[in-house]
Design a protein around this ligand. Structure first.
Ligand SMILES: C[S@@+](CC[C@H](N)C(=O)[O-])C[C@H]1O[C@@H](n2cnc3c(N)ncnc32)[C@H](O)[C@@H]1O
Length: 310
């Protein structure tokens, strides 16, 4: 896919009806040959819309007016490119906990959670947050995560978690001001509710810092999994991670995770982690697939806004 098409697709499939600001920025970038040429001086993995927009926000640039955005990105291109090269899209989206919870609540308890691609590890605390599934409320803690659930009953309990650990190439620390600023820059402009839930979840993590290790999801997974307590059900999970992992290590990871004891829960794009015989998605917008042990279960909206059970 060309860089211009990536931006046009991002506008249509991910931003439409979700972020008018990023929809118009993506369209403006897709049409601006000079900006496309600048982006193409970066390695392919560093040309992503989310990375460009977050880098401009991190530098306090404008992201609601396309003309002002293009002016800033052009004038400050060396700084913007430098941020894009050293940083990665590491959005830690706690809304995705609402996608994991129905599956985790039904596994044999208690659980030992191991998240690969954990970013700041905020999704390791999914047992402490509260949930609103359509009309059903579960739990009382903050943040409150809202998810439209179709095709099954809402979960009636949160899992019991006795061990939690995260693995990430670059773990982020919510108590570090620069890390926190980057995590906030990755949240889309209009999404105040996502900023609020990041703040609430960061409070939970700061009070009880998770075990977060710098490492690779293939090379370092077996040793970390071996630390999980034997009396608990080990669950290795990941959400929106594998698109950042090249084909060959991705396949190695899938073989590896299948060989571990316990369960494997994935929320990933179906072109990245494919399955046979998926039903049609609910609409044209981007959907990920929730799967347990390689069995697909539901279509999921990217930030956990909703899920449609198969
Ligand atoms: C888009 S973020 C998603 C973070 C988190 N899973 C969530 O949904 O909120 C993807 C994360 O995967 C991490 N990652 C990418 N490749 C990895 C690898 N080979 N091993 C471990 N972590 C990796 C990145 O550093 C980043 O923090």
């Amino acid at each position: 896919m060309s860089t211009a098409t990536i931006y046009a697709e991002f506008a249509a499939r991910e931003c439409h009806d979700v972020s008018p600001a990023y929809e118009s920025l993506s369209i403006a970038v897709a049409r601006d040959r000079e900006m496309i040429a600048r982006l193409e001086t970066l390695p392919p993995a560093k040309r992503q819309p989310n990375l460009l927009f977050a880098a401009v926000r991190f530098l306090d640039g404008p992201v609601t007016d396309p003309g002002a955005f293009l002016g800033f990105a052009t004038e400050r291109w060396p700084e913007v490119a430098a941020e894009m090269l050293v940083r990665a899209t590491q959005t830690n989206e706690v809304g995705r906990c609402a996608l994991l919870l129905p599956v985790l609540a039904e596994l044999p308890q208690p659980l030992a959670l191991l998240e690969v691609g954990a970013s700041a590890g905020l999704n390791l605390f999914l047992d402490r947050y509260s949930y609103q599934y359509s009309d059903e409320r579960l739990g009382t803690g903050e943040p409150l995560l809202e998810c439209t659930l179709t095709g099954r009953e809402a979960p009636t309990r949160r899992p019991e978690v006795v061990w939690r650990a995260g693995l990430d190439l670059h773990p982020r620390d919510v108590t570090d001001p620069a890390d926190r600023r980057w995590l906030e820059s990755l949240i889309w402009p209009e999404h105040d509710h996502r900023r609020e839930r990041l703040t609430a979840a960061a409070r939970v993590a700061a009070a009880d810092p998770p075990l977060l290790l710098a490492g690779d999801l293939v090379d370092d997974l077996p040793a970390l999994a071996a630390q999980a307590p034997g009396h608990a059900t080990l669950v290795v999970f990941h959400t929106s991670v594998l698109y950042q992992v090249p084909d060959r290590p991705r396949k190695t990871f899938v073989d590896l995770v299948r060989s571990l004891p316990g369960h494997w829960v994935a929320v990933e794009k179906p072109d990245i982690l494919p399955y046979d015989d998926l039903p049609n998605p609910p609409d044209e917008t981007l959907h990920n697939v929730l799967a347990l042990d390689g069995r697909p279960l539901a279509w999921c909206r990217p930030h956990g806004q909703g899920m449609v059970w198969f």
